[in-house]
Write a new protein. Structure first.
Lengths: 112, 209
């Protein structure tokens, strides 16, 4: 097979299929993480509200506790970003690996 | 001899734009492959020291909180226990420094925007401005967490843990003691922050799932 015979449409389709699979699995993981963490934050916010309403904590303490929930929400977004970026990295590297295999096969020797 | 008529342009097939984009992507990736870019790294590596450091912090803090909930009299006051905050806070600073030293990017854009968005939303519901006036150091903690160039996503996550540690210290100082109702809220909050940070670290263990 010559280098000029590389079917870029077929290569693209294979890369897209791989990416879709990886993205699907990755999204399920990120989505599950998101639900757990933001539900937890919502429960804490409710607890803070109840404690204020019950006179168990003053307003300043309530605000400081609320701020802690905000910090956790920002951290959750950052962690989700890491999870997504690792998946993207895998997709790109899988695609590059596919390119390497196709090119080396086309040339008959390991160029890449 | 009649000139041949111009051929009609071929009809566009549905999805032709997506196929063209996919073909262009393939060509670009092919080019990148030929350029020798056979692996890409978008995220820093898993660091077992950060993993261990976070686990140790969680253990120390949850033990401390349980002790505070049960403590009575002078043993429960902030003054009697402030050394805990300084010592464990310094260890968290060590983890942040380590993460900064190995970060592959100096911003975590989604977290930057999320931070601003969440604060705007919470700020509308719950006026945080008087808080920063009453407690300037709390204001400094908020500003630090959302400053530009705040670091990679790992750094942001660790700084959030540190910020919550500082807020816990302020709560203890303000109330002088940590009542059980506060411990009941703070304990799962701290646990969650550490869990998120650990999840962030473990997500970087490529191929070790």
């Amino acid at each position: 097979m010559a280098f000029t015979d590389i079917d870029t449409a077929d290569l693209a389709q294979r890369m897209l299929s791989g990416a879709a699979t990886e993205a699907g699995e990755g999204w399920a993981e990120v989505s599950a993480f998101f639900k757990v963490e933001f539900r937890t934050i919502a429960r804490r916010v409710k607890d803070i509200g109840k404690a204020v309403a019950g006179g168990d904590i003053d307003e300043l303490t309530a605000k400081l506790l609320m701020r802690m929930q905000v910090n956790n929400a920002v951290a959750a977004v950052a962690a989700m970003t890491t999870m997504v970026m690792v998946r993207i990295e895998r997709i790109i590297n899988a695609a590059l690996g596919l390119v390497r295999d196709v090119v080396n096969t086309a040339l008959g020797f390991a160029l890449l | 001899m009649a000139w041949p008529s111009s051929p009609r342009p071929p009809k566009r097939r549905a999805g032709g734009g997506a196929r063209a984009a996919a073909r262009l992507l393939a060509i670009l990736v092919l080019g990148a492959g030929l350029a020798g870019c056979v692996t890409v790294k978008l995220v820093d590596d898993y660091d077992p020291a950060i993993d261990r450091g976070l686990t140790a912090y969680q253990e120390a803090t949850l033990t401390f909180l349980a002790r505070m909930a049960a403590a009575k009299g002078a043993a429960a006051t902030y003054d009697a226990n402030k050394e805990f905050y300084f010592a464990t806070g310094a260890k968290l600073d060590g983890l942040i420094t380590r993460a900064r030293a190995t970060q592959s990017a100096d911003r975590c854009l989604p977290a930057d925007y999320a931070g601003r968005g969440i604060e705007t939303f919470v700020g509308k519901l719950y006026d945080l401005l008087p808080l920063t006036q009453e407690m300037p150091e709390a204001g400094r903690i908020f500003a630090n967490l959302k400053e530009k160039g705040s670091g990679s996503c790992t750094v942001v996550v660790l700084r959030a843990v540190r910020a919550n540690h500082d807020l816990l210290q302020i709560i203890h100082r303000h109330n002088d003691k940590l009542a059980s109702v506060v411990v009941d809220i703070v304990t799962p909050t701290i646990e969650q922050g550490v869990r998120i940070a650990l999840k962030n670290e473990l997500a970087k263990r490529r191929g070790e799932e």
